[in-house]
Design a binder for this molecule. Sequence first.
Ligand SMILES: *[C@@H]1O[C@H](CO)[C@@H](O)[C@H](O)[C@H]1NC(C)=O
Ligand SMILES: *[C@@H]1O[C@H](CO)[C@@H](O)[C@H](O)[C@H]1NC(C)=O
Length: 108
Amino acid sequence: MLGCLKCLKYAFHWLLVSEVSMFQIDTSEVWVKKLGLYDEWAFVLLNRGPTNATVTLRLADIGLLYKPGYELRDLFKHTEIGHADSLEYRNYTVPATGAIMAYAYPSE
Ligand SMILES: *[C@@H]1O[C@H](CO)[C@@H](O)[C@H](O)[C@H]1NC(C)=O
Ligand SMILES: *[C@@H]1O[C@H](CO)[C@@H](O)[C@H](O)[C@H]1NC(C)=O
């Protein structure tokens, strides 16, 4: 599941071996990495707190600036999160002491 130790270990390993930017949004952290030369990204929403957290995030605020927006994919659940415009605020529910790891690629 999302909050599983294995997933967190995977996320931390990924963070350690990569060049990432970190943003603080309320009590949660967002870690962002650009993948390769193209406008593709991975980001992790990290919730260290004991309860589920709603993170309100705008992609433009973490460096994802492509105006038509991005398609988001949940890398832990292997599901589509869906489309998000770069300037749109979206809520993500991050499980207690858990994380969401997402892959973002530009919309057509
Ligand atoms: C926390 O979120 C999970 C799904 O991510 C849900 O199953 C659970 O009921 C939530 N817990 C609380 C206390 O809202
Ligand atoms: C996000 O959640 C906040 C409450 O935490 C709510 O006020 C806001 O309307 C929500 N925004 C969206 C886009 O769902």
